[in-house]
Design a protein around this ligand. Structure first.
Ligand SMILES: Cc1ncc(COP(=O)(O)O)c(C=O)c1O
Length: 354
């Protein structure tokens, strides 16, 4: 940058942030009024849908790329490769544009055309591959890893097992929650996909509170983590399924593994409860949220009830409903999942799509 321009940018209003990357994080902490009153607690939720790429995964995407740059694994003009069907790919595609990298995404070919189109609109090269189990070498994660291995100046970001994902939350999300509650956060709960958010925030809050803040995991149907935690460490076969996206897990990832033994407990949340909460939060708070956010709030309410009045319980609002609205607000789709009756009668008016 020419000296004159550098001086100009240096003198620019100190309230601005630098580009997309500078806008990641520092999201508001929203006190949910109805559920706070009902429980006699402060239920507070981090508005991660306000990140510039629209989800909590912007932090992880930035974290893994920054770490690769720091280690010299990624140099200007390099390529970032990931296997992802959702928000991580979107976060990576944004950060890659902002940093001048090429972005390559492998995803199961069972995903919607909208997701593929969005990633392509964000400049990513997208490879839909057969939707096969993790154990199969043709699984999208393995294909991403192999693609990066053969390419110079390329990284496979490996969101599940690369702990710079959890570190991003340890360095940003956790300290932000601590500061925004002025250190008065009795408990934190959220669901996990990679486990990055839970492990990173959990570690940051445990450290700052000298172990006093309790950290819980929330789990959807089809995930093994609740039974793993409540049985004291037995991994069961995965069974059942959930309409939530981006969460639920069949194994202990490296990211979750950094913290799993420090958890204070876990909650299993049925889809019926998540759907009812999704519509309730829209009706009472005006918040238009994805299903994982609704599940997190159900868990925060159950945790508040368990701890008793007067406590502050924090959780995460991972993303908005925009990426899922054709399902979550479709009567027909909810019927096919046996979930239409989960919407309280007075809130059925919001299910406006056929
Ligand atoms: C919508 C949504 N919620 C929650 C999560 C879980 O976050 P983490 O991967 O940090 O466990 C994800 C992850 O992709 C997500 O896309």
């Amino acid at each position: 940058m020419p000296t004159r321009l550098r001086a100009l940018s240096r003198g620019f209003t100190s309230r601005s942030v630098d580009g997309f990357v500078g806008a990641v994080g520092n999201t508001p902490l929203i006190r949910l009024q109805k559920w706070s009153e009902k429980t006699g607690c402060n239920i507070v939720a981090k508005a991660e849908f306000q990140n510039p790429g629209g989800s909590v995964k912007d932090r992880a995407a930035l974290g893994v790329i920054r770490n690769a740059e720091k280690l010299g694994l990624l140099k200007p003009g390099g390529t970032v490769v990931e296997g992802t069907a959702g928000n991580t790919g979107i976060g990576l595609a944004h950060v890659c544009r902002a940093r001048g990298y090429k972005c390559v995404i492998f995803m199961p070919n069972s995903q919607s055309q909208e997701k593929i189109d969005l990633l392509r609109m964000l400049g990513a090269e997208v490879y839909p591959v057969p939707a096969v189990a993790y154990e199969n070498p043709a699984n999208y994660n393995h294909q991403a890893r192999d693609f990066a291995k053969d390419l110079p100046n390329a990284i496979w970001t490996d969101q599940f097992d690369n702990v710079s994902n959890a570190n991003a939350h340890y360095e940003s999300t956790g300290p932000e929650i601590w500061d925004q509650t002025e250190g008065r956060v009795d408990a934190f709960v959220c669901a996990t996909g990679t486990g990055g958010t839970l492990a990173g925030v959990g570690k940051a809050l445990k450290e700052r509170s000298h172990g006093k803040t309790q950290i819980y995991l929330a789990d959807p149907p089809g995930s093994v983590l609740h039974s793993y935690i409540s049985s004291g460490g037995k991994l069961t076969e995965r069974s059942g399924s959930s309409i939530t996206e981006g969460i639920g897990q069949g194994r202990i990832t490296n990211n979750l593994g950094t913290f799993v033994n420090d958890l204070d407990g876990s909650f299993h949340i049925a889809d019926e409860k998540s759907i009812a909460m999704l519509y309730d939060l829209l009706d009472t708070e005006g918040l238009y949220l994805g299903a994982s956010s609704a599940l997190n709030v159900v868990a925060a309410v159950e945790l508040a009830q368990k701890l008793g009045p007067g406590k502050t319980v924090a959780t995460i609002l991972c993303d908005g409903a925009y990426r899922y609205q054709s399902r979550l607000f479709s009567k027909k789709w909810l019927q096919t999942k046996g979930l239409e009756s989960a919407i309280p009668d007075h809130l059925k008016k919001y299910a406006v799509l056929d």
